[in-house]
Ligand binder design. Structure first.
Ligand code: GDG
Length: 736
């Protein structure tokens, strides 16, 4: 793969909804920019050249003529390419699987989701439909940016369709803990769908962590600092907190018509001498609207001094009204508002002013601007842009934001008064505190939050995501250069053929054979033995098999092969076929009795792990234990032993799912030096997979072929994917 500079690339944004909505009224079509957080975020991309959008236009039709007309206009005027969905598809994929299964589950409403096989089937089908559309428009050089929970299978479809292309995925809602995610019957398909991307982005670090944990527990994908290795690809998992277009807000606030509206609102409110509490949300059960109303009721009950002095303006935008949970919520909200107004209202004071509608931005902005308090109380929210928009709308920097701690936005808006949405007492106290807060304090807090909004606005967000996809692609292509491709394999085979004196240094576990859950299960199979015997019998070859295993096991498993061997990471050498084992240097074993109890406590505390006792080493294996617990405890044991063994002649190493103690100076590099010195080798090949093999790679002559099996940082010149590809290469050599 070439190192890409992406000069010629288009950015293709794929999301459920296009940023333009199509509606039909009186036989004519209306094209309008869509409301909602995602559309707001993507709009900024449109200003850049070569950005195109693929998604549902919001209008279902089966008439081909209508489709053609809509398609032509969207393409020409908005760089948008529609994916038309039938009503049945919408019912099952959008209202069904996306909003009755994924949405509640990912927001921790674990009793709410339905799990309908037919809806899942349609979800898969619609993801395919999007894929087909993308393939009509994009090419291998383009950058694809897939958005949100409606399209979680699309990244892998794109990976298969355009294997080399750059694919990013961003999730706008939380990714739940693996305990919740695993409830989903199709959890592995969803992980596999996402893993096709090069970059997977979330609003918050917490969601990225949850995804990594699910990928590990449910699919066995390990990660290193957020990088997962899948086959020969690196997949990066990171957080990118979505920002807003602060500049646009500031500019709008300066416009005459907005100023006039603000002025009008202010005068009306001043005349009534009321303080304004504001909330703005889609009417969604994740937004904590009933919780908020109950908190407000508690506030009125417990702080009567504010009666007649505050008004709560609650703007709820109708949303997903065809889903039952939403119509039920609407009924509950209507009832609560009625109860509060009925109980506390007077002929000249209505405590809750409730609007169930959407407002144009020219009206919304003045509302943000004149409110004294924004009350943002989601039960769970991926980010929450309303909180950020309120901060950006404060012209004189006064105002107080109350924000629940379960909104993603809380990470950046630390100066807000934070509340637990399930405590109506906390909501009431926060309202009282906000109403009493002096202007100096208000300004200090709003300014600090506004600065952060400028630092990471929607433009920076978009740019940093796209830049990161390019980075990942470049990291991948650097890796690609190290891959032992067919041409290099041919060269290696031809050099081998030319060589008269050939040294083959081969690690055993993870190189010649795949790992098993228990070390004693990784015995060589017949095919491997045949290949190794053929190589060893060739008089031009000196074959050395190297392992961290003890010499008795090596003798038992591989002893009949006419080759040399290195056991216990270089502690023991069998210099010639059938010769006696010799120690590299005299070693003591007294230390083992002292350290065994320490290492044994880990065997007890980490279920599935085990201690292996070798003649001159102790190893703690954790391959079969819970992967996260194993990783944490292995680091703890490694640290503990490193400190304990400092200034002794013992060393501790952290290999592939194993922590091992052995004498200092014993390593695979020192173990093979004897063989390297024997002749002036005209062909030398070394293969190994883990950290302990790096010592081997370090001591090789410059012309040697050094190959790391698997991927990761290494001193080796080349990479090979797996023990299987390693075996294929050795088979080729054995036939020469
Ligand atoms: C999802 C995630 C994440 C609302 N009413 C009106 C109106 N809005 C605009 C707001 C804001 C947007 O809609 C709402 O964004 P949120 O972030 O609050 O929530 P979701 O719609 O649930 O969005 C969320 C977001 O994706 C982005 O990633 O933050 O966590 O759930 O921009 O201004 N706009 C206008 N009139 C209205 O009546 N003009």
């Amino acid at each position: 793969m070439e190192n890409k500079n992406f000069q010629e690339s288009k950015i293709i944004v794929v999301s459920n909804r296009l940023p333009v909505s199509v509606t039909k009224k009186n036989k004519s079509f209306n094209f309008q920019q869509s409301p909602g957080g995602l559309a707001t975020g993507l709009r900024s991309l449109k200003q850049k050249k070569k950005t195109i959008f693929i998604g549902w236009p919001g209008y279902a039709t089966s008439k081909e003529k209508e489709k053609d007309m809509i398609e032509a206009k969207l393409k020409e005027e908005y760089s948008c390419y529609p994916v038309f969905l039938t009503n049945k598809e919408l019912e099952r994929y959008y209202y069904g699987f996306s909003n009755k299964t994924l949405w509640p589950l990912f927001h921790y409403f674990s009793a709410e989701p339905t799990f309908e096989e037919s809806e899942w089937e349609t979800y898969k089908k619609v993801n395919q439909k999007f894929f087909k559309k993308v393939m009509e428009i994009g090419g291998p050089q383009d950058i694809y940016w897939v958005h949100d929970y409606h399209l979680m299978l699309l990244p892998s479809l794109l990976r298969k369709g355009l294997p080399q292309s750059a694919v990013g995925f961003f999730l706008h809602i939380p990714f739940p803990s693996s305990e919740i995610f695993r409830i989903l019957p199709w959890r592995t398909e969803v992980i596999d769908g996402l893993i096709g991307a090069d970059l997977i982005g979330f609003h918050a670090y917490e969601y990225a962590r949850h995804f990594l944990s699910s990928a590990l527990r449910l699919r066995g994908y390990e990660h290193e600092l957020g990088s997962i290795r899948v086959d020969n690809r690196i997949v990066k998992v990171e957080n990118f907190p979505l920002g807003i277009d602060v500049k646009q807000f500031k500019e709008l606030l300066e416009q005459d018509r907005i100023e006039k509206q603000i002025q009008e609102f202010s005068e009306r409110i001043d005349a009534q001498n009321k303080r304004i509490i504001l909330s703005v949300d889609r009417l969604d059960y994740t937004k904590g609207i009933p919780h908020r109303l109950k908190g407000f009721e508690h506030f009125l009950k417990n702080y009567p001094k504010w009666h007649g002095k505050v008004v709560y303006i609650m703007l709820c935008v109708p949303s997903r009204t065809r889903v039952k949970a939403y119509s039920q919520l609407k009924e509950e909200v209507d009832r609560l508002v009625g109860e509060i107004n009925g109980r506390f209202g007077t002929p000249d004071w209505m405590p809750v002013y409730y609007m169930y509608r959407s407002l144009p931005l020219e009206k919304l902005l003045p509302l943000y601007s004149v409110a004294d308090i924004a009350l943002v109380t989601p039960v769970r929210d991926g980010m929450n842009l309303v909180a950020k928009e309120f901060v950006a709308s404060r012209k004189d920097h006064t105002g107080v934001l109350i924000l629940s701690e379960t909104a993603g936005a809380v990470a950046e808006l630390g100066e807000a008064i934070t509340i637990n949405v399930n405590s109506k007492k906390e909501i009431a106290q926060a309202l009282n505190q906000a109403l009493k807060m002096n202007q100096k304090e208000q300004k200090k807090r709003i300014k600090a939050m506004e600065k952060r909004l400028w630092d990471y606005d929607v433009y920076t967000w978009t740019q940093s995501f796209i830049d990161r996809i390019k980075d990942v692609k470049n990291i991948q292509s650097q890796r690609e250069h190290r891959k032992l491709n067919e041409n290099l394999k041919k060269k290696l085979v031809s050099d081998y053929k030319k060589g008269d004196q050939r040294l083959l240094l081969l690690d055993y576990d993870g190189t010649l054979i795949s790992f098993s859950s228990r070390p004693e299960q990784a015995q060589p199979d017949l095919e491997l033995l045949r290949i190794l015997i053929a190589l060893a019998k060739n008089p031009q070859n000196t074959l050395v098999l190297i392992s961290g295993r003890d010499r008795l096991t090596m003798e038992r498993w591989l002893g009949d092969i006419p080759c040399s061997m290195v056991a216990e990471h270089g502690g023991w050498l069998r210099k010639k076929p059938n010769s006696k084992w010799e120690m590299l240097q005299p070693l003591s074993t007294e230390w083992k009795e002292q350290l065994k109890p320490i290492i044994k406590t880990y065997e007890v505390r980490v279920p599935g792990s085990l201690v292996e006792e070798k003649e001159y080493a102790l190893a703690w294996h954790y391959r079969k234990s819970d992967p996260e617990l194993g990783e944490i405890k292995s680091c703890e044991l490694f640290d503990h032993l490193s400190e304990f063994l400092a200034n002794t002649d013992l060393q501790v190493t952290h290999g592939n799912k194993v922590v091992e103690i052995r004498a200092s100076g014993i390593d695979k590099g020192n173990g093979v030096k004897y063989f390297l010195r024997q002749k002036n080798w005209d062909f030398c090949l070394a293969m190994g997979d883990d950290w302990t093999d790096e010592d081997l790679f370090k001591v090789l002559p410059p012309k040697a072929y050094s190959i790391k099996v698997g991927y990761g940082p290494t001193q080796a010149k080349y990479d090979l994917e797996s023990p299987k590809s390693c075996r294929n290469l050795l088979r080729r050599l054995s036939k020469k």
